[in-house]
Ligand binder design. Structure first.
Ligand code: ADP
Ligand code: MG
Length: 571
């Protein structure tokens, strides 16, 4: 083994002082470093380019993970997340720069508060690990620094690995795995209990800032009144008391700045598992809860808006709505229809980001502008039908639209960050101040939409005649060929690594996954099935340890925002 370590040193010394391009000799090569296996997956073109990518294989005997931490997909995801964070800590404690550009850099992808399925660390059922790292291969100017490279790869890297795998404390690993297993188990119990979300008493919901997702210091822990309390059984933490949000139509009311949006955000984030200490690590929502908002200016392709929009001026089609520049209300209607198509079972809507004319139309407006002249069927009119006929729940933050009191199953009032059950009181108010001429109006039947089949010819990842080019810009955008897909308003896209994964999936779509036959939900099913069977590597670029799993809803949302998208048999 030491011999092979020597081989790498020799190979690096041989190219010492030569032009940077000679590093390419390493591409695809494998070496052993003591107990570890090293492979060069991708070699950077010059010292200033994105760093090279290596993967390290760690045999089970060296990793020595306990059996329980590798048993089952959830435990493996949680253990991988734990090891990933151990690498982050170890690497940040031992930084070194050795020359020009990215020389000497040794990094693993950053992570946020969620324990997502990722490609940086893979834990196999037998307890072996694969870790993917970025390495800045050292140079002076553009000349290879072979000795420094040998130092970095045969000394520092094994040291980091040793520190991660010798320093493991089984207790903290256990806490991490149990915490995440509990969240998965709690989430599974929601629908049997008639809930869309459960937030354990004492949880910390607010975040430090819009740019810092860690828990707010000195926040008021979640208080749970008896009327809204549920008890669920977590396999490790035992019986937990918490705030249950029942399936159906729930309003979150309350004065401005009383914590309404914060509660809704926690529900939106509850589709993910959070790390211990996050404050939301016992807050779970059904996995198919989708945040909906208005997003004027986006493109909409072949979406059946008839549940909400009919009879547009100039005879514009609404059963196959197509625009490069949606309005607030049409964009919100499209977001709902698209979410339902992808399989959403709960919709989360905040008045702060909704189109008012989509949410309600009051009595005076209904009188001034007769229905024949108003294309919009407000959400108010459809929200009960959505629940009663389609079993789609809604959780709505509504501070100002009292008409919703008539259609809510549950009304929660946030009062100085404390939830109260005011359902009964809301009924009394609705009774005392009835809506004579308005209130929710009986809507027509929910129209049956045609399936949407993306046309592969409309997915072009090349720029003009050039190579395929797909990359993402944080969680803001995905560049796809000559287009930039704006995903900045997708609230449940929480990590840049998810954006990269979506870019990979879109590329797969363009390369044949999308065949003009499969409907959009069939495409999403295929992607989910492949990942469930063979892991993220099945759909992502394997050379990079910087991908994380995005949900089908965010994948669909990105595809739906591709301006060039066309559908087979389109309008
Ligand atoms: P609303 O939507 O009702 O106007 P927000 O949810 O936006 O209110 O909350 C207003 C402010 O209060 C935010 O800055 C938020 O971080 C803070 N906040 C929310 N919940 C708590 C809490 N439990 N403890 C302390 N501060 C909180
Ligand atoms: Mg708000």
């Amino acid at each position: 083994m030491a011999e092979s370590q020597g081989v790498l040193t020799q190979d690096l010394r041989r190219i010492d002082g030569r032009p940077y391009g000679f590093y390419k000799d390493l591409q695809g090569q494998t070496y052993t470093l003591g107990p570890y296996g090293l492979r060069f997956d991708h070699i950077q073109g010059d010292p200033f380019a994105s760093p090279s990518r290596v993967r390290v294989d760690i045999p089970a005997s060296r990793a020595s993970l306990p059996d329980w931490s590798c048993a089952g997909a959830t435990a493996r995801r949680a253990s991988a997340d734990f090891v990933h964070r151990a690498f982050l800590r170890t690497l940040s404690a031992s930084r070194g720069k050795l020359g020009s550009g990215k020389s000497g850099l040794l990094e693993i992808m950053p992570v946020g508060q969620q324990a997502l399925e990722r490609t940086a660390v893979l834990v196999r059922p037998n307890g072996a690990l694969r870790v993917r790292l970025s390495v800045g291969l050292p140079a002076a100017g553009r000349r290879i620094l072979g000795r420094e490279a040998a130092q970095l790869l045969t000394r520092r890297l094994p040291e980091v690995l040793d520190r991660v795998f010798d320093g493991g404390e089984p207790k903290t690993l256990q806490r991490h795995v149990h915490c995440i297993e509990d969240q998965v188990a709690l989430r599974k119990q929601l629908s049997d209990n008639g809930l869309v979300a459960f937030l354990a008493e004492g949880s910390i919901l607010p975040r430090r800032s819009g740019a810092d997702d860690r828990p707010l210091d000195a926040a008021i822990p979640l208080d749970v009144p008896q009327a809204l309390a549920y008890e669920l059984h977590a396999p490790h933490a035992g019986v937990l008391r918490g705030l249950g949000l029942r399936a159906g139509v729930t309003l979150i009311a309350g004065g401005g700045y009383h914590g309404k949006s914060t509660l809704l955000s926690a529900l939106a984030n509850g589709v993910y598992d959070h790390i211990p200490g996050d404050g939301r690590d016992r807050c779970v929502s059904v996995a198919s809860a989708v945040s909906i908002r208005a997003e004027d200016g986006r493109s909409v392709r072949g979406v059946d808006l008839r549940p909400f929009i009919n009879a547009l001026p100039l005879g514009r089609r609404t059963d196959w709505f197509d625009t490069a520049d949606a309005s607030g209300s049409t964009s919100q209607a499209a977001a709902i229809v698209e979410a339902l198509e992808a399989g959403a079972t709960a919709l989360l809507i905040d008045e702060d980001t909704a189109a008012t004319n989509f949410m309600i139309r009051d009595a005076r407006m209904r009188r001034l502008v007769p229905s024949e002249k108003e294309p919009i069927t407000p959400y108010l009119d459809r929200v009960r039908q959505l629940w009663e006929e389609k079993h789609i729940s809604s959780v709505l933050v509504v501070g100002g639209a009292g008409d919703y009191l008539d259609v809510a199953d549950t009304v929660i009032q946030m009062d100085a960050y404390r939830p109260q059950d005011v359902t009964q009181r809301a009924r009394e108010v609705a009774h005392q101040l009835p809506q004579k001429t308005s209130g929710a109006q009986a809507p027509g039947l929910w129209p049956e939409s045609r399936p949407r089949r993306p046309d592969p010819r409309s997915l072009d990842p090349r720029r003009g005649r050039k190579q395929e080019r797909v990359r993402s810009v944080k969680t803001r955008a995905i560049e796809f060929g000559s287009e930039e897909i704006d995903v900045s308003l997708l609230y449940q896209l929480v990590d840049a690594a998810q954006c990269r994964m979506i870019g990979d999936v879109l590329l797969q779509c363009a390369r044949g996954l999308c065949d003009g036959e499969k409907t959009l939900p069939e495409l999403l099913n295929r992607v989910d099935a492949e990942i469930d069977k063979a892991g993220l590597d099945a759909v992502t670029d394997r050379d990079f340890g910087d991908r994380a799993r995005a949900r089908r809803f965010e994948i669909a949302a990105a595809l739906n925002r591709l301006r060039s998208l066309r559908l087979v048999g389109g309008g």
